[in-house]
Design a protein around this ligand. Structure first.
Ligand code: NAP
Length: 394
């Protein structure tokens, strides 16, 4: 009944004109009487000092019949958490959060960060058929939703997947966001699949961080030949994950040794900046080869110019670059994180088959969330930073 009450009280129903009777049909179960929960929140954008622990964060509500509430056991951090703490993407995220809410700051704060979750389903909406209470699941949480640095989080069931049995929650929380990003970039945008990857030559610019360490393993599991750029001190690390060829970007202009290699079928760019000036020259021309970059100005444009002008500028930039490179016989694309429980289902099989391992660089307790942010902010990642939540030892 308490869960039902939470929905009855929700302003969401008011905004969408849904009756209380129909709201009651959203639920199969109501297993909690809680209205508040512990969480790390921010009340304004800024540095690490804006992170605040509270025991009174609003308990998540099932708003749609296909949603589930997950009890968080472990959360993973990503560079976007640090950026969002500083206000990155605020304009677009506010629009995505609730397009009907004209006073957008009203539901922006307190904001809960944390994009990866591994946990246990506590409650299911009525349309949820695939999951049951107590299922162990993992998911990547879209940046416009409340994050996983909390005791509970609400997600669409199609963003969620059953957790690999072979992984602890702490290890599982290291994978979903980088996995969904890599899948979106390589499969949806890059056109690679497990059936067409054999012997394809792929270059990963920035192989030692979260995305890179996951992408190396997925591509190797699919039979690709993988070349990676990283710092000299990460060479053994990325070779241990399966990289066939490693180029040290700190030894001089990295495009020089890369240009001496056979050309590539796909370049995944996790670095950005000046890489665009030379990386497309490394592709096999007129063969369908693609450059996919994850470092795009999209959110920066909407932050500085507003949604309409920012999106227009973004569309012009990407279209003109794509046309310019198409004339030279190669494809230029932007890659974006896309939540997908289906992709995580496939990745779970690779994990349980021992083809992909969680690469956890450091684990923090729930009390140490500010230290975890400081770690991610320092850069030079060698895999992922994870926060163990279930102990709630703040
Ligand atoms: N578009 C999207 O939706 C999306 C989604 C996820 C991530 N991203 C972006 O993709 C990038 C990678 O994400 P991530 O999670 O993997 O970040 P990360 O975990 O912080 O890793 C970045 C890695 O790159 C290495 N590096 C830095 N400069 C380099 C260079 N010039 N050449 C080669 N390696 C370099 C760093 O180590 P050293 O500094 O020690 O070399 C670090 O290991 C970030 O910019 C992130 O914002 C975008």
């Amino acid at each position: 009944m308490a869960a039902l009450r939470r929905v009855m009280d929700s302003r969401w129903l008011f905004h969408r004109g849904i009756s209380r009777t129909s709201a009651s049909r959203f639920f199969k179960t109501s297993s909690s009487c809680r209205t508040v929960m512990p969480a790390w929140v921010i009340d304004k954008y800024g540095g690490n000092d804006v992170l605040r622990f509270t025991k009174d964060a609003r308990f998540p509500i099932i708003n749609y019949p296909n949603e589930v509430i997950v009890k968080v056991c472990a959360a993973g951090l990503n560079p976007i958490d640090v950026s969002m703490r500083g206000g990155y993407g605020a304009a677009t995220m506010s629009m995505k959060r609730d397009p009907l809410n004209l006073n957008q700051t009203e539901n922006e704060f307190p904001l809960i960060l944390g994009r990866d979750v591994s946990g246990v389903i506590m409650e299911c909406g009525l349309d949820v058929k695939y999951f049951r209470e107590r299922d162990e699941v993992w998911a990547a949480i879209p940046p416009w939703k409340r994050g996983s640095l909390a005791e509970f989080v609400v997600l669409s069931a199609n963003e969620v997947s059953l957790k690999p049995k072979s992984l602890s929650h702490a290890d599982a929380a290291a994978i979903p966001y980088v996995a969904n990003t890599t899948w979106s970039a390589l499969v949806n945008t890059g056109g690679l699949t497990k059936d067409n990857c054999a012997k394809k030559r792929v270059l990963i610019l920035g192989g030692s961080g979260g995305v890179g360490t996951f992408a190396i393993q997925m591509l190797k599991a699919w039979g690709a030949h993988v070349t990676v750029t990283c710092s000299q001190n990460a060479e053994r690390f990325v070779r241990g994950l399966g990289a066939d060829h490693v180029v040290d970007y700190t030894a001089g202009p990295v495009e020089v040794p890369l240009a001496a290699l056979d050309k590539f079928d796909l370049v995944l760019d996790n670095v950005g900046g000046s890489t665009e000036r030379w990386a497309l020259n490394l592709l096999k021309p007129w063969s369908g080869a693609k450059y996919v970059t994850l470092v795009t100005p999209f959110l920066q444009n909407t932050d500085t110019m507003g949604i309409a002008d920012g999106m227009l500028k973004t569309a012009v930039i990407v279209a003109s670059k794509a046309l310019k490179h198409l004339a030279k016989g190669v494809h230029y694309r932007w890659g974006f994180f896309a939540p997908s429980g289906l992709a995580l289902d496939e990745i779970r099989e690779m994990v349980d088959a021992g083809q992909i391992h969680a690469v956890v660089e450091e684990t923090f307790t729930f009390a140490q969330v500010p230290q975890a942010f400081a770690k991610v902010e320092k850069g030079h990642a060698r895999g992922k930073t994870v926060v163990q939540i279930d102990k709630l030892d703040t």
